[in-house]
Design a protein around this ligand. Structure first.
Ligand code: CTP
Ligand code: CA
Length: 222
């Protein structure tokens, strides 16, 4: 993906990346999820490995090959992802939270398939834990990068997330723009950093976006 030679700027660093959607079970045959394909997170993991980092990729259910040199931990639900991320947090130098984590899950998982009945039905949902916010609370030496998937008011929401989650950088993208967001091979992102600076990019391959993110991580780790 890159014409220039890659310097191993993340050698000796452990980068934890989360990717893909989560899947919240309703019963043995049904679940709630979102349109995330994992491409952005897998690109971050792949490029981090190329930059010399030790990479742990915590992945929701996706249809992608695991990049070379990357250790993958497969998870299903937001709760699985929470546990996996927290268990790798202490030894991480940076966490890049690309995953599209479900905000709600069914209040109960039925053991047996739910049978249809006459008339409408309701699924009661409860909130999942916010993994990034929890990492922000427990932050010691780690650099935290979050994403913000927005469909409107990107600037306002991204800045809010930066603060409320105590992140070092938020990568915002408007997921309804052509060439950005779910399933696309490209992305159009803006970086919002904790030092108040903002960096806008034109349309780039997800690998190039990953490279820009990881260059920032490298700078923030200095
Ligand atoms: N995130 C997380 N755990 C959750 C929800 C979100 O770690 N339960 C992380 C995502 O991985 C992402 C960032 O928080 O890095 C922002 O996710 P996003 O869905 O854009 O924001 P939310 O805070 O969930 O707010 P909303 O969906 O209402 O915009
Ligand atoms: Ca959300």
């Amino acid at each position: 993906y890159f014409s220039e030679k890659i310097e191993p700027i993340l050698k000796g660093k452990h980068v934890v990346v989360t990717a893909g959607p989560t899947r919240e079970r309703i019963d043995p045959v049904r679940y709630i999820t979102n349109f995330s394909t994992g491409k952005m997170g897998y690109a971050v993991a792949e490029v981090a490995a190329q930059l010399g980092a030790k990479v742990t990729l915590i992945s929701g259910p996706v249809n992608l090959d695991v990049p070379k040199g990357v250790k993958v931990v497969h998870v299903e639900s937001a709760e699985d992802m929470y546990n996996a991320v927290l268990s790798h947090y202490e030894n991480a130098d940076a966490v890049v939270k690309t995953a599209a984590v479900a905000d709600y899950k069914p209040a109960q998982i039925h053991d047996q398939k739910v049978k249809k009945q006459d008339g409408d039905a309701v699924i009661n949902l409860v909130r999942t834990k916010d993994i990034l916010a929890e990492l922000g609370k427990r932050k010691a030496h780690q650099i935290l990068v979050g994403f913000a998937a927005e469909t409107t008011n990107v600037d306002e929401y991204a800045r809010k997330k930066l603060k409320s989650k105590n992140a070092d950088m938020i990568v915002a993208n408007n997921v309804t723009t052509k060439g950005a967001g779910f399933g696309s091979d490209t992305n159009i992102v803006t970086f919002y950093k904790a030092d108040g600076t903002k960096k806008e990019f034109s349309i780039l391959s997800k690998q190039k976006v990953a490279m820009e993110i990881l260059k920032e991580v490298h700078e923030m780790l200095k």
